[in-house]
Design a protein around this ligand. Structure first.
Ligand code: DX5
Ligand code: ZN
Length: 229
C-alpha cells in the first residue's frame, strides 16, 4: 500500500456547518487540527441542489488561513474559474462530467495560480480521467452522488480509491487522493487503507451533535488505527 509522500489532511466541508455561524465552525475546525476547508459549490443544474458562490468563499477566506479546496459541482466551470481563484480558492476541482475541455481548464486553473483538481462521480469509470492525472494536484473520488451532505458511503468506492491510488503513483508526482462523501469513523479507515490521504468530512464533523474538535480527533485516530471497536 502506498500513500505517496502525502500526509493525511482532514478537510471539513462547510456545507454541513451552520451558515449563520461559520466563524465558529471555522475556528472549531482549526482547533481540531483541520488541514483545509472543503467548499461545495452547487449550481442547481449540474446537481439538484444550490449551495453558495464566490461571495461566501471570499468571506471564509477572511476568517482562515487554511487552504480552501473548492469543489465545483457546476455545469460550466470555465465561466467561473477566474472568480473562484480571485476569492482565494487554493484548489479548483472541476467534475469530469461537467462541460468543457478539461485539459484546458486544468491549464487555466494553473495560470490562475490555483492547484487544479478533478472530481469524479460514483458512476464514472476512472478511465475517463486517467490521461489527465499527470496534470492535476488533487483527484476527488466521490463516495456518494454529488449534491447533498449526510448520505451513506457507497461501498464500491473503496476499490475505486485503490485503483486511483495506483494510477496516481504511476505519474511519479505527489497528487492528493481525496475521498468526498459518507466519511465516518467506520468508512474513513478503509478509505485510508485504499490510499486516500485527503478526507472531506461534512456530517461527521458538523452534523452529529458532538464538537468539531472531538470529531476531528476521533477521525484522525480512526484513520491511524482503524475503526473503533
Ligand atoms: C456532496 C459534497 C460533499 C458533502 C460531504 O455533494 O460534495 O462534500 O458535503 O458531506 P458528508 O461528509 O456529510 O457526506
Ligand atoms: Zn464536496
Amino acid at each position: 500500500m502506498s500513500h505517496g509522500e502525502k500526509s493525511v489532511v482532514l478537510a471539513p466541508s462547510l456545507l454541513s456547518a451552520d451558515f449563520a455561524d461559520l466563524s465558529s465552525a471555522i475556528q472549531a475546525a482549526e482547533e481540531g487540527g483541520a488541514g483545509a476547508f472543503h467548499l461545495d459549490v452547487m449550481d442547481g443544474h449540474f446537481v439538484p441542489n444550490i449551495s453558495f458562490g464566490p461571495a461566501l468563499v471570499k468571506a471564509v477566506r477572511r476568517r482562515t488561513s487554511l487552504p480552501l479546496d473548492i469543489h465545483l459541482m457546476i455545469s460550466e466551470p470555465e465561466k467561473y474559474l477566474g472568480e473562484f481563484a480571485k476569492v482565494g480558492g487554493a484548489t479548483l476541482a472541476m467534475h469530469i462530467e461537467s462541460q468543457g475541455d478539461h485539459r484546458k481548464l486544468i491549464t487555466e486553473a494553473r495560470r490562475l495560480n490555483a492547484r487544479p483538481g478533478i472530481a469524479i462521480s460514483p458512476d464514472t469509470p476512472l478511465s475517463r480521467v486517467e490521461s489527465l492525472l499527470p496534470e492535476i494536484d488533487e483527484l476527488i473520488v466521490m463516495g456518494v452522488y454529488p449534491g447533498f451532505s449526510g448520505q451513506k458511503y457507497i461501498p464500491s468506492t473503496t476499490d475505486k480509491l485503490a485503483a486511483a491510488r495506483k494510477l496516481l503513483d504511476r505519474t511519479g508526482r505527489s497528487i492528493d487522493l481525496s475521498i468526498d462523501g459518507g466519511i465516518t469513523l467506520e468508512t474513513a479507515p478503509s478509505a485510508a487503507r485504499s490510499g486516500a490521504n485527503f478526507f472531506v468530512c461534512g456530517n461527521s464533523v458538523y452534523g452529529n451533535g458532538k464538537s468539531p474538535q472531538d470529531n476531528l480527533g476521533e477521525l484522525r485516530r480512526a484513520i491511524a488505527q482503524g475503526p473503533p471497536r
